[in-house]
Design a protein around this ligand. Structure first.
Ligand code: PAF
Length: 276
């Protein structure tokens, strides 16, 4: 496996080789490695490329850009063990040699709700860096985790609308034995918070059980889930039931997803569960 820091060297290494790509911000865990293994299975003997770049454009000024863990040496070891062939780890001056004035602006109906409502500009930052990485890596396949459910939808739509010749593959969320969705931000949690964090997926399960039990007052299900988390000391942004197709209000007989974002202490966690 080779760690490459410049666009020119990466292009040189990949020329004429269809590759499978896993974009990340580093501080990797088993969830990322499962995406790398999925990329390897898809790549049909072509190389697997992972990028590690903490993208300033998708962080608001009050968010954790500065304290986001940078763990390149450990990440590279893990990527090698998962079968990655190239790690692209540019510094900021390499990826943004001048202020990134051209941006990819996703449509409001998908990008200004839920995550985008609470993190204005987040999906513009994500789409811009991913489009730029796609232009550099020119993958045939790209793998994104369902853990970032809305991000996956926004990027799928971007690839379709811009007619990029890339197949987007969705990776299932990897969880701890107790059910906590793995996330780079879990490393911010104390032992006690890590235990408490399990409440998020349990609350989503309780919401789903109510829907599956026949309740259709979605506003009440959502409000009571918010109240339950608040009572346990969390600061929830949203707990919602939505259609998988476009994240609109749930409808009978449609594939659905329950999504949550909530702050536990200093750490903002997201999770989701698909259901019918
Ligand atoms: O999901 C992430 O880690 C990031 O949003 C991504 C896709 C690597 C873009 O910076």
């Amino acid at each position: 496996m080779q760690v490459i820091h410049t666009v020119a060297e990466l292009r040189q290494a990949l020329v004429g080789r269809p590759n499978a790509f896993v974009p990340t911000m580093g501080n990797l865990h088993e969830g990322h490695l499962s995406l790398v293994r999925q990329a390897k299975a898809a790549s049909q003997d072509g190389p697997v490329v992972a990028s590690i770049f903490v993208n300033r454009l998708q962080f608001a000024p009050h968010e954790d850009f500065d304290r986001y863990p940078r763990t390149l040496a450990r990440d590279a070891e893990l990527l090698e063990s998962a079968g990655c062939d190239y790690v692209f780890a540019p510094d900021e001056a390499e990826l943004y040699p001048e202020p990134q004035g051209y941006k990819v602006q996703p449509p409001a109906e998908l990008a200004d709700i839920l995550e985008g409502h609470f993190r204005p500009g987040f999906f513009t930052g994500v789409c811009t860096v991913v489009a730029k990485l796609f232009n550099i890596v020119q993958p045939r396949w790209a793998v994104f985790g369902k853990k970032d459910y809305q991000q996956l939808m926004v990027l799928r739509r971007m690839v379709a609308q811009l007619a990029l010749p890339i197949e987007i593959l969705a990776g299932e969320t990897t969880r701890s034995e107790q059910g906590l969705a793995l996330s780079s931000r879990n490393s911010y949690l104390s032992e006690a918070e890590r235990e408490e964090a399990l409440r998020l997926s349990r609350t989503l399960k309780a919401m789903i059980a109510r829907w599956q039990g026949g309740e259709r007052d979605v506003a009440a299900i959502e409000a009571e889930a918010m109240a339950a988390l608040q009572a346990a000391g969390w600061a929830p942004d949203y707990l919602v039931l939505r259609r998988r197709l476009d994240l609109s209000a749930p409808a009978e007989g449609q594939p659905l997803v329950a999504l949550a974002a909530a702050r536990l202490g200093q750490t903002r966690l997201i999770d989701n569960l698909e259901f019918m």
